[in-house]
Design a protein around this ligand. Sequence first.
Ligand SMILES: Cc1cc2nc3c(=O)[nH]c(=O)nc-3n(C[C@H](O)[C@H](O)[C@H](O)COP(=O)(O)OP(=O)(O)OC[C@H]3O[C@@H](n4cnc5c(N)ncnc54)[C@H](O)[C@@H]3O)c2cc1C
Length: 390
Amino acid sequence: MTPRKHDVVIVGGRCAGAATALLLARMGHDVALVDRATFPSDTLSTHAISRSGVVQLHRWGLLDAVLASGAPAIRSIGFGTPDGLAERTVKATAGVDLLVAPRRHVLDTLLREAAADAGATPYEATTVSGLLRDATGRVCGVQAGDQELHGRWVVGADGLRSRTARDVGAQVRDRTLSPSGTFYAYVDGLDARGFEFHPAPQALIGVFPTHGDQACVWISAPATALSGLRSAGGDKPTALRHLISTKAPDLGRRLRGCRINAPVRGALNLPNQVLQPTGPGWALVGDAGYHRDPITGHGITDAFRDAELLARALDDELNGHVSLAAVADRYDRTRTAALRDVLAITRALTAFPPLDQFTTLQKQLSAAIEREASWLAGLPVPGSALSVAA
Ligand SMILES: Cc1cc2nc3c(=O)[nH]c(=O)nc-3n(C[C@H](O)[C@H](O)[C@H](O)COP(=O)(O)OP(=O)(O)OC[C@H]3O[C@@H](n4cnc5c(N)ncnc54)[C@H](O)[C@@H]3O)c2cc1C
């Protein structure tokens, strides 16, 4: 088959890959967005988007579409206390006054459609089985199903177990296994008005209202405390209710009349890891290049932030404004600085220190997210000059 030529070939088409494709396409580049899944497709993840991620959706003109999909606008956050739920209104800062938790089969599909509308070429049900290199060893394309896709850049947005990262030999700069785990399920009929966080000794339990009047109910805890839940087989819903009732009795009571309507899913001991983000002809974005335990609910936001940092750097190189080495250096420096605070807080939270220290860390997380949100809100929107000119 004749190879197809693109400026950029992106492996993995969810929140990191589709967002990178969207921005590069809006900046006028020819992008292939390849995923082995067929969309709409769900993935293992709860899906609260922190303020900085919502800022990205708003700046990219996608927040209205996310809300129109039926994901409820979250205007309050409740914290479980011994005296009941202490609710706070989501403040208007960095240009947004709400949060949102769209199901991933909806969010990822919407991002892919936006990328396609901007001119990217989506390939689905297409597995990338290897990289192509030129005579100098520079990565110059991928083998995707039975065809070759050539590109000046190949972006690995293929998730935590990235084949791209492995095939390019990306150096692991920092890696520890999280001592923690997270499990979740969906329930009908819970009286949740907004996001809820119920800190307890050695656990954090939460609620994220989502589409169809359902709520995602989850628990993060030391992996040792969740191993029984993991091995509970068909009794997982009962085991989840029991754990939540033990750790957050008020929420446990509210859940009694609610039906768990989907399998309990989750993961233990995921890595906290940072990989070298670029090399000759390749770059990594999203979980492929940086992963943190889900306790901070920041993976989608990391993907959106780094998609923009990478798209800007690649745009400059593709337009001949900067050298390859400068692209590598800029993306590396900005990503490293941007991920530092939340990664440190994630590691500290998953150690489940005494409750007062845990609460202090949650406040630090909220402050770090506010800083990130105002920084992102102040950046020029990629591709906006082009869309104005058009
Ligand atoms: C239990 C849990 C709860 C979480 N909760 C939250 C939360 O509340 N909020 C939040 O922000 N984050 C959360 N996260 C993190 C979030 O899910 C991830 O950070 C996010 O999915 C990363 O997106 P990504 O696009 O980088 O990778 P992924 O979503 O993993 O997408 C990678 C894509 O690459 C494709 N792919 C892989 N290999 C190939 C190949 N060879 N060829 C073609 N395609 C390929 C896959 O099919 C997939 O579609 C959670 C994670 C877990 C595990």
